[in-house]
Design a protein around this ligand. Sequence first.
Ligand SMILES: Nc1nc2c(ncn2[C@@H]2O[C@H](COP(=O)(O)OP(=O)(O)OP(=O)(O)O)[C@@H](O)[C@H]2O)c(=O)[nH]1
Ligand SMILES: [Mg+2]
Length: 338
Amino acid sequence: MEDTRRIVLIGKSGSGKSNLANTIFGDSVFNVNHSSDSKSNFSQAKTRVMNGLTLTLIDTPGIYNIDRTQEEIQREIFSCYIESSPGPHAFIFVLLVEKFTEQEQAIVDQIQRDFGDDVFRYTTVVFTHGDQLPETMKISEFVSQSNGLRDLVQKCGNRCYVIDNKYWNNTMLNEYRSNRFQIQQILHSIESTCRQNSNGYFVNEMLQQVEIDIQKEQDRIRKSGGRAAGESRDEAKQIVLQNYMKRQRKKRFLKYAIIVSGISVISYILMSKVVGFFMGTVASEGAPVGSEVLSSSVVEVVQDAVAPIKSALDYVIEIIEAVFNRRTRLQYNKTDAL
Ligand SMILES: Nc1nc2c(ncn2[C@@H]2O[C@H](COP(=O)(O)OP(=O)(O)OP(=O)(O)O)[C@@H](O)[C@H]2O)c(=O)[nH]1
Ligand SMILES: [Mg+2]
């Protein structure tokens, strides 16, 4: 049986992921300077040996913050894949003991879309801010009070636990309200999830491709520099991430270039149409027209000119994006030997 476990902590910013990772390790390993502007952050992985098990925790930045663009989300998921490659054994979905709102539901739906339907078979739900839980209440009772939470926890095989990173570190009186007890339960639950999944880890097409890329890069580094396996893998991960960002930058540049050229073409055609209209009016009538007639005619000319140009440009952009996406995929399949 493999004695390594890779566990990804996921959830919105401020839910307590980094603190939970530190509570699990019993040490301040992850940076907990939570900031709403963690846009430049990538996933971070740290490894410790616990009870004979090599445990790697992957702390993600707030991937699903509402201010994230699709591009940022994709980049952060990619960095999470790199750190958890060849695939995580478990996900911990971190939520606060508070009302489960539409925002939380949207995050659950987005996780399913981004990682695939299978993700909940590998997920354990952990609530932070356990101090907010009424004194005599267990977390299962709290969950049962909300349809959204109940559905989520059911999808996750009823695996749900509660901790409090701030107040439950040294509690001796109440076993349930103690991090020590809850963390043990969480780790047991993750072990049984692994057994249920035949000791395998979560994998999807993207993760498979990321692992192939890392290994190719690692081979290249080893051949060129004779570095140790661990070192070359870390370096390979960095290079694969940089290559991904380069591709993203190229894609963004192309998109802006198309938009700017489109606007320039539209402006040019509009200007020539308007100038042509004035020249024609003056030539045929030999005198200036009334302002009302003039303004409605100009609007019509503009509408007539813009409609076909706009659809033509939409069509061109679609074709270019399709070609570009195909090229990027092909490039990606070639695993970027840059
Ligand atoms: N009272 C209490 N405060 C907590 C708990 N967990 C986290 N906090 C506080 O909540 C804030 C955010 O915690 P983080 O662990 O940085 O949250 P995060 O999910 O890693 O946030 P990002 O890194 O921005 O995604 C910090 O000020 C913590 O001190 C908890 O269980 N109880
Ligand atoms: Mg954090």
